[in-house]
Design a protein around this ligand. Sequence first.
Ligand SMILES: [Zn+2]
Length: 302
Amino acid sequence: MQLAELALGSIISKFKSLRNVGYETFTKLFRSGVQPILEYSSGVWGFHKAIDIDKIQNRAIRYFLGLHKFAPNIALNSEMGWVSPSFNRYICMLRLWNRLMLKPDTELCKKLFLVDYNLSDKNWSSEIKKICNDLQIETVYENKTVCDLAYVKDGVKELMLKDWRENVVKKPKLRTYVTFKNNVDVEPYVKHCNLRQNRSIMAQIRCGILPIRLETGRFCRLPVDNRLCELCNLGKVEDEFHFMMECSLYQGERERLFNALNVDIRDDNKEEVFKDLFRNNWREVILYLKYIWKKRQDKLFK
Ligand SMILES: [Zn+2]
């Protein structure tokens, strides 16, 4: 694990010196420099829970997105479109399975495998069986055949999505996030915005950790209903929606944004427009966020 941390550290320091390198490069560096260390021999042990490995992948994503350590982990992989390490190891295990299936029964490793397979109780084979069940490819296990890894990769993504949907709704910080995000695919702003500072403000508001009143009130355990906006007198909770769509302090900036997007805001379409901002208009939204965030900080602290 230390080795992986060192590898990640050296990639991050390369990034610091290069500055503002994009998603593809970062992903490639992680996949070629860190992931092989994290997955070393995982065809054999991949079914174990390995929290330390998740931590390293999460740390890499937090660095890339410019998020602090209290960012909800479950949103990290879904912003980057990366498969979570535990699901990725399913693929490593089935790759080893395929290699074994192609070996003649006379080879020592195949003989050992057959002993394991015939036992199939709390061992490697029983874990493979479980994975095949999860991926609905039971016949691969039963008939001892090679599986199609492309199909497995799609299946793993499906499993990850199912798991993500079950768990993302349990995080209070992500109550807004779940209204506009419903998949685990990489987000356009992550892929195309090369300025880390810009990615950061977008990632923070999406992941519910931009320090507006809703978030800072959490630090002093203020009940949610009392986390009111201090920048206008509408008497509303300063959540992401109020900050971006309602607060009168940013009326001018908001009008400019919606004029540029050619969107007519009414009370009955406000919520849909808000979700749409995150889904389709990342460039404009990042600029808008930077303006209004600066205005907020100036008003509060200058
Ligand atoms: Zn306000």
